[in-house]
Design a protein around this ligand. Structure first.
Ligand code: NAD
Length: 331
């Protein structure tokens, strides 16, 4: 199957090329997003392979069949960037990689917490300048703290396991409670109770109309003063302006994010020579207690190998008319 591969990075090419010989697929790699400007690149292909920031709105999707596209293969878990109803209306199949390495994302979440809490990012810079002062680097013990996990799917569960290992009291909210999570000793609460009781809150639910701006002016008020917030899921779970307000008045103790609501204009690019026009992220970056990474939580060798294998196997299953276990459809 001929695949038009968008938003290509070197690590994608390396992993996909390594697995390609075990398949009948042929890939043309493009660095750009799939958009109105690049849609003609789909010509002569049967599949598009896209990532988290390729926005497939109805106006893009409706043009794909005339280019020959039959299937949209997401090389990620989240599918909020694809209009599934439009895909259905135009007879396009959508497949994804539901779980490739939940531990990769869970471990990065822990890295954000540990860095912000023990300020290793500041210590690193100080020591490199021969400044061995430890003033201002005080953290808290994680042992015994209450950690609230919103969304106990594959990543949330992996995160719960790690935090239980730290000796934290882990609380969870999910509309579908999970037995394995309960057996770990995690306690399910209502969203409001979780927010009121947790010292640290970590988001692991998908972005849906229900979860859009889950963290907002009102819900921040439910939280403890000094609450520590982490988001490695999707940017729009957080209303960034409300969080900035909470950081300014000290209600939020620290913020660690790997995702940002307007990230498609910024992330995965080297903008070091450009004047950034997004004043919201620029304000966020001025806080000493905010740590931002550019959507790298998934980025481990193990995860990339799994993403590659599952994406290409999804396409093989489609080509061979086999059942598509990783298909996503409009409800
Ligand atoms: P999953 O489908 O296994 O789990 C999602 C969980 O969220 C489910 O248990 C579901 O019941 C729950 N949920 C749904 N609606 C909810 C709500 N309103 N409130 C609370 N919980 C709700 O997904 P996953 O593999 O654990 O991934 C979770 C999210 O992580 C993905 O949707 C994606 O957005 C994000 N993600 C980020 C990265 C990254 O690199 N930063 C990588 C992979 C996934």
């Amino acid at each position: 199957m001929k695949v038009a591969f968008f938003s290509t990075k070197n690590y994608d090419k390396q992993h996909f090329n390594a697995y390609l010989s075990q398949t009948n697929h042929k890939i043309d790699y493009f660095e750009d997003y799939l958009s109105h400007h690049t849609i003609n690149l789909c010509e002569g292909h049967e599949a598009v392979c896209i990532f988290v920031n390729d926005k497939l709105s109805r106006d893009i999707i409706e043009k794909l069949p005339e280019k020959g596209i039959k299937v949209i293969a997401l090389r990620c878990a989240g599918f909020n960037n694809v209009d599934l109803e439009a895909a259905r209306d135009h007879g396009l199949i959508v497949v994804r990689v539901p779980a490739y390495s939940p531990e990769a994302v869970a471990e990065h979440t822990v890295a954000l917490i540990l860095t912000l809490n023990r300020k290793t990012h500041k210590a690193y810079n100080r020591v490199r300048e021969n400044n061995f002062s430890i003033e201002g680097l005080t953290g808290i013990n994680l042992y015994g703290k209450k950690v609230g996990v919103i969304g106990t799917g594959a990543i949330g569960r992996a995160f719960c396991r790690i935090m239980m290992g730290f000796g934290c009291e882990v609380l969870a909210f999910d509309p579908y409670e999970n037995e394995e999570v309960k057996q770990m000793g995690v306690k399910y609460l209502s969203k409001k109770d979780l927010m009121a009781k947790s010292d640290i809150i970590s988001l692991h639910c998908p972005l849906t109309p229900d979860t859009h701006h889950l963290i907002n002016e009102e819900t921040i008020q439910w939280m403890k003063k000094g609450v520590k917030l982490i988001n490695t899921s999707r940017g729009a779970l957080i209303d960034t302006k409300s969080v900035i307000h909470g950081l300014k008045n000290g209600h939020i103790g620290f913020l660690g994010i790997d995702v940002y609501e307007q990230e498609e204009k910024l992330f995965f690019k080297d903008l070091s020579e450009i004047v950034i026009q997004d004043d919201v992220i620029m304000r966020l970056m001025t806080f000493p207690n905010v740590l931002i990474t550019g959507h790298q939580a998934f980025l481990t060798e193990e995860a990339l190998r799994e993403i590659t294998k599952i994406t290409l196997d999804n396409l093989t299953d489609f080509e061979e008319g086999k059942p598509l276990k990783n298909e996503v459809k409009a409800e």
